[in-house]
Design a protein around this ligand. Structure first.
Ligand SMILES: Cc1cc2nc3c(=O)[nH]c(=O)nc-3n(C[C@H](O)[C@H](O)[C@H](O)COP(=O)(O)OP(=O)(O)OC[C@H]3O[C@@H](n4cnc5c(N)ncnc54)[C@H](O)[C@@H]3O)c2cc1C
Length: 218
């Protein structure tokens, strides 16, 4: 289960992931490119940007030190040298790879997948990639949903309940959790199960036989 899903492992994403992981949160980074990846950028890091890192920038990443500037305008040339470091030049592919490693060393997990869409649901967020649906808290489903049952002309009885007051969820601080079970009105058989909350990915296996062809959980 992830507390936070960060999309993109650029400097913003990796830094946010590191801060969150340091605060004890379970973090997933979804990045569409395999690192190190080329990034079109001048690579000039300001002193302020460097001061925001909570670790020293390794010497081997610092390729040039900028202490001044020369500006050409027609025949006019303006030059000013401050005599102290104004910024540092890095190659982004190496710099970004390093920041990602710094997030991963604290525990952030990285998966190479392109995010296609995210949906804000009533009590959780779904982040969709081509291969998977990531949610926080965990969402696991087997069998039919209400809409699908209706489309197939199956009269379903819906059993649903919030479970955030259950010990299994409250002990790990999950505020939003619940279940929805669909049973066939005629036969009484379970035709769909949808669980949101702690251990949903395990518990859903109990409902496996109701329609093994369709499930996803992460
Ligand atoms: C030509 C140029 C020169 C520049 N020079 C400088 C400079 O000298 N100094 C400076 O400070 N700034 C410079 N910038 C700006 C700097 O590059 C950006 O501010 C910086 O890269 C933003 O960082 P970021 O982490 O927000 O995004 P990015 O660095 O763009 O990272 C975003 C990441 O998200 C990933 N991603 C995107 N969409 C998805 C998706 N759907 N699913 C999964 N992953 C996804 C991308 O692959 C990428 O790795 C320059 C920019 C340009 C274009």
């Amino acid at each position: 289960m992830y507390d936070i899903i960060v999309v993109g492992a650029g400097p913003a994403g990796s830094s946010a992931a590191r801060v969150a992981a340091k605060a004890g949160l379970d973090v997933l980074i979804l990045e569409k490119e395999t690192f190190p990846r080329y990034k079109p950028c001048g690579g000039a890091l300001s002193e302020r940007a460097i001061s925001l890192l909570d670790f020293p920038l390794p010497e081997n990443l610092c390729e040039r030190t900028i202490t001044g500037a020369r500006v050409h305008y027609g025949d006019i040339v303006l030059e000013r040298n401050k005599g102290y470091r104004l910024s540092t030049l890095v190659t982004r592919s190496r710099f970004d790879q390093f920041l990602l490693q710094k997030a991963q060393e604290i525990g952030a997990e990285r998966v190479v997948q392109k995010v296609q869409e995210y949906k804000e649901k009533e009590n959780h967020v779904e982040v969709l990639t081509k291969l998977e649906v990531f949610t926080s808290p965990l969402l696991a489903s087997v069998g039919l949903g209400e809409e699908e049952a209706m489309k197939r002309g199956i009269a379903a009885i819906i059993h649903k309940r919030k479970t955030s007051d259950w010990y299994s969820n409250s002990r790990v601080g999950i505020k939003h959790s619940g279940y929805k079970i669909l049973t066939d009105e005629q036969s009484g058989k379970i035709i769909g199960a949808h669980l949101l909350g702690y251990n949903a990915d395990e518990t859903i296996n109990l409902f496996g036989p109701c329609n093994p062809g369709r499930h996803e959980a992460r």
